[in-house]
Design a protein around this ligand. Structure first.
Ligand code: URA
Length: 241
């Protein structure tokens, strides 16, 4: 439970998805809401999350301010908060408490791996701001071989038409005429960036998985589609980067 500044009772309860503001007003009017053991008469009183005891219909309602989840995004799921036809990354977080969560950046529908899902706008801004050059590491399987000239080009930066990529780090894990495996670290997050970088050296990405973002590493015990809360240490390290 987060300790924070005072909040209006209706916002507190709406944040915890107890109802809409007007439903909450109605609950209060009907005497269903107690604060510190006293039935309240108005939904616009201020309460202190983590300190005041809020009870609705006899059930205590704790407050969660910020939530942080690490999702191993599976293929076939879109990095959006809602979508009319496709499952979204938010649909994967089945026990979320806040309704204002969003993914920090986007992975393509066919990309797997690390996606941070939170409602911490400040942290998201820090991680996504182009000026901050936050490193993102990907594992990629590529059709065909990768030679050192290609690695040099990718590492120097390639012209993708609308922009030239900033220097990347590339580690070739294996390479054969049929297929190669690489780890690539980039500091930008442009649309289809990794795929476009490999296309510019004549190769196609056939599988892509994000392994890390800044200090946050994908927990390899998470299968695609699984998620967990970030630890306090992971949150602190991300914030103090
Ligand atoms: N680069 C891509 O091409 N796709 C992603 O999903 C992420 C980075």
């Amino acid at each position: 439970m987060d300790k924070q500044q005072k909040l209006r009772l209706d916002k507190y309860l709406a944040d915890m998805q107890i109802g809409t503001r007007s439903q909450i007003k109605d609950m209060v009017r009907k005497g269903r809401v107690m604060v510190d053991g006293v039935v309240v008469k108005s939904s616009d009183i201020k309460v202190l999350p983590g300190v005041d005891d809020i009870v609705v219909d006899g059930q205590q309602v704790g407050y969660v301010g910020k939530e942080y989840y690490m999702l191993n995004k599976p293929q076939g799921v879109v990095s959006a908060t809602e979508d009319s036809s496709c499952k979204t990354v938010l649909d994967c977080i089945t026990d979320k408490q806040r309704k204002d969560l969003f993914p920090v950046g986007r992975l393509d529908k066919d990309t797997e791996g690390l996606l941070l899902i939170t409602n911490d706008g400040e942290l998201a801004h820090e991680l996504l701001s182009p000026k901050k050059h936050v490193e993102k590491c990907y594992y990629a399987r590529i059709n065909g071989s990768i030679n050192s000239a290609m690695v040099d080009e990718l590492e120097k930066g390639v012209d993708l038409g609308d922009f030239v990529s900033l220097p990347a780090k590339v580690e070739v894990l294996s390479s054969s005429d049929a297929e190669s495996e690489v780890r690539i670290v980039i500091v930008e997050g442009k649309f289809h960036q990794v795929k476009r970088m490999f296309e510019s050296v004549g190769r196609t990405v056939i599988f892509l998985k994000r392994l890390s973002m800044g200090s946050l590493l994908l927990d390899e015990s998470l299968l695609p589609g699984e998620y967990r809360k970030l630890t306090e240490a992971e949150i602190m390290t991300l914030k103090n980067r």
